[in-house]
Each structure stands twice: as C-alpha cells, then as structure tokens.
Design a protein around this ligand. Structure first.
Ligand code: SF4
Ligand code: SF4
Length: 408
C-alpha cells in the first residue's frame, strides 16, 4: 500500500512543536536566519509561528505564510536539535494544513506540471535541443523573449541538453548475477541527466545486478508534498506503487538524493530505497573492476537531502576514492544549503541565488576542475550559477565520473 501519511491534526502539530525548548542552538545552522538575522526566519521562530497557528492564537496572514514558505526544508536545524524536534514533519504538516484551508486546491507550478507529465517533458526536451542547436535559445534570451513570457528563470536553469532516450524495461547483469534491482529515473534526472542514469545502470550491471526500469514510474512527489499538495503527492505514490510493487528486486535505486529521501520517508512500494552511491559503496567489488587515473581536483558538494535526511554523505567520497590520482576536497560550507531546495530556486530567487553565491565563492577557493553533487536539483541550480559567471567548471554526479573512468 502507498504510505503518504495522513495529515497531522492541529493538536498533533502543536504537540510536536511543544518539544522545542527554545534553546536557539539551531539558529547558527539555519541559512535563512544567517542571511536575514530575523527570528521569524529561523527554526525557533518558525516553530513558534506554527505552534501559534495550530493553537489558533495567530491567524494566517500573508506575512506569516511568507516566513513559513521561505524555509528551505534543508533540515540543518533538525540534525543539530538536542530535543530531537521533528522540524520537517511539522513544516510539511503545517503547509498541508494551510493548503487544505484554501478555497481551491493549489494550482500546480510549471515545475510541478513538468514533473508529472512525461509527454510535456519529452516535448520540452526536443524544443530545448532544437533551440540550442539552432541558436534560437541564445537569441530568445538576448531579445528578452523568455523574460517577456515569464520563463526567464526556468530557462536559465535548463542546461544544454542532448535528446533524451527511452529506456528498456530491463538491463541484464554483465557479470555473475547477484540480484535484480530497479532504477528510479525521476522526472528531472530523466530530462536533464540521463548520463547519470546510464552510468548507474552500467555500474550496477558490472557488479552483477540486473536493472529493471519500469516505464510507468513517475515523479516521487517531493515537490508537491513540500508545498502542501498532499493529494497529488499521494496520487504519485499510488502510481509508483503500481510500477514497482510486483517486481522481485533487492532495492529501488535512486540517483537523486532529493527523490531518494522523499521515497525513503514515504516509501510507495515496500521495497528498500537505496541511494546509488550508498548501494554501490556497500556492494561487493570484484577485483577485475579497475579505474583509470584522473589527474584532476574535484570539490564535492553534499546535498542537504543526502547529508541531513539520508545521512549518507560519506558514500560519494568512498566511491570517488576508487579513482587513482583524483584529488578530492569537500566543498567548504557543505553543512549549508545551496539554495536549490526543490522548487525554492524558482519561488525564492533572491535567497536561492544569495546562498548559491556562497557555494560559487567557496568553489573558487578550492580551484577544483569539477564540482560533484548527488542531487539533480542542486546540480541544475549550481550549473546555472556557473554559466551566469561564464565559468568552465563542470558539474557531475559521482557515479557518472566513476563510470567514465572504468578501465575495462
Ligand atoms: S528546534 Fe531544537 S535546537 Fe532549535 S530552539 Fe527548538 S529545541 Fe532548540
Ligand atoms: S529547515 Fe533549513 S531553512 Fe528551514 S528553519 Fe531549518 S535550517 Fe532554517
């Protein structure tokens, strides 16, 4: 059965907020508080607002809603909280409760529509490919056409993209077979980063795993859920349940930590959800699998979803250390969100870009040739920033880099 939880009642929200003892130890870890120094933009301030809202002591105003919506849901506060307040679950429940009080269901944003509509994504892929190939995209940007259409921000996020391919339903193991797994392709990974999906299938096959890629799978629903649209999130979970539940597999593998963390917390299929780097790092590696040396320096960006939700930030490093001569440094400031945060980069451009600038400055200091990240949302946001500064640093997924260096 699907397991998107029922909405928390106001009493349950209030009970959870009561665990906060207002110590303020989370404040120095909150990106929005550090940028604004405004208590209402801090975890403690937001918890107070959510408690008052749930208890009926405060009415919902535009200003109050703004403070709740400006939270990145990065969970940097949650992992530092000595009282173990389940911050993200309170914020999600509050956003759902607010959405349910509205006279009409929330209208899906263009990003949410794209996430759930395979046909629309394929059409966009062909349009972007054509526009890039013909030079129309640069021309449209230069003439201000995308700005006039209100698509400027969305267009800036879309990297130059090759034509996407359709997946086979099954990729057999190319070594002695261990088991079958399934690949969660995700909506934006399938649109913008099929390279990582192919690299993941290659590595899994080489380690003896057959890989199912069910055609009927869909978006994980994280974008919708975190914006309060629990109905659409539950529908997507239902579709994914149908796509995966009957497969005889060891795990569902996700290549984007944002999707992986949502799937793990709201598991739609009953199968274990595994992040690709974690799965590969823990697999048995036959001795004949070797990697070519790479004399480059890379900086590794830890997505909040990998670090704070999946608690699996060490695994990309473990994999990358298999590549001889590669110099690996963590991107300084990894404990802080890059501002991508799902649809946050579109809905809160000023804060998203401000947080991203800290990452780009930290990257400059590392002098890295390649920036590595395990989440498609972070990758798109960071790539867009690098392009806007005309920088040549490339952004890669750790498994893509690994597959490229396979020597046999
Ligand atoms: S959320 Fe946790 S760390 Fe932050 S003020 Fe409350 S109890 Fe303290
Ligand atoms: S989830 Fe992130 S942005 Fe939101 S209050 Fe916590 S630390 Fe701040």
């Amino acid at each position: 059965m699907t397991s998107i939880p029922k909405t928390k009642t106001s009493a349950q929200i209030k009970q959870e907020t009561d665990r906060c003892v207002m110590c303020g130890l989370c404040l120095p870890h909150c990106p929005t508080y550090l940028k604004t120094r405004n208590e209402s933009e801090s975890p403690r301030g937001r918890i107070s607002l959510m408690r008052a809202l749930a208890g009926g002591e405060l009415a919902l105003t535009e200003q109050l809603q703004g403070h709740l919506e400006s939270c990145l849901l990065c969970r940097a506060c949650e992992v530092k909280c000595p009282s173990k307040v389940n911050y993200a679950s309170i914020m999600d429940a509050t956003r759902i409760a607010i959405a349910q009080q509205q006279p009409a269901p929330p209208k899906p944003s263009s990003l949410e529509k794209l996430a759930t509509d395979n046909t629309l994504r394929r059409k966009l892929n062909r349009l972007l490919w054509l526009a890039d190939k013909s030079g129309l995209r640069a021309a449209g940007r230069g003439l201000g056409i995308t700005r006039a259409m209100g698509l400027e921000r969305l267009e800036q996020l879309a990297p130059p993209t090759p034509l996407t391919r359709s997946w086979h339903s099954y990729y057999p193991a190319s070594a002695e077979k261990r088991a079958d797994v399934a690949l969660f392709t995700g909506c934006f990974s399938d649109l913008f980063d099929q390279q990582t999906l192919s690299a993941s299938i290659l590595m899994l096959n080489r380690l003896g795993y057959g890989v199912h890629v069910p055609a009927t799978q869909t978006c994980c629903g994280a974008l919708h859920y975190h914006k309060g649209d629990s109905t659409q999130a539950a529908e997507l979970a239902r579709q994914n349940h149908q796509a995966f539940a009957e497969l005889e597999i060891e795990a569902i593998i996700s290549t984007a930590s944002g999707c992986g963390s949502h799937l793990q917390e709201h598991n739609p299929s009953g199968h274990p959800i595994q992040e690709i780097s974690q799965f590969l790092a823990n697999a048995h590696w036959p001795e004949h699998i070797q990697f070519k040396p790479l004399t480059k320096q890379i900086a590794v960006h830890d997505p909040c979803s990998l670090r704070n939700t999946l608690k699996a930030a060490e695994f990309p490093y473990q994999l990358l250390h298999k590549i001889p001569q590669l110099k690996i440094v963590p991107l300084p400031g990894n404990e802080r969100c890059c501002g991508g945060a799902g649809s946050y980069m579109l809905d809160h451009p000023a804060m998203a870009d401000n947080l991203r600038q800290d990452k780009l400055d930290a990257l400059t200091a590392t002098e890295a040739d390649i920036l590595v990240t395990s989440n498609i949302g972070c990758a798109l946001h960071l790539m867009s920033g690098l392009r806007s500064e005309h920088r040549k640093t490339v952004v890669r997924h750790p498994v893509t880099l690994l597959a490229e260096q396979l020597s046999n």
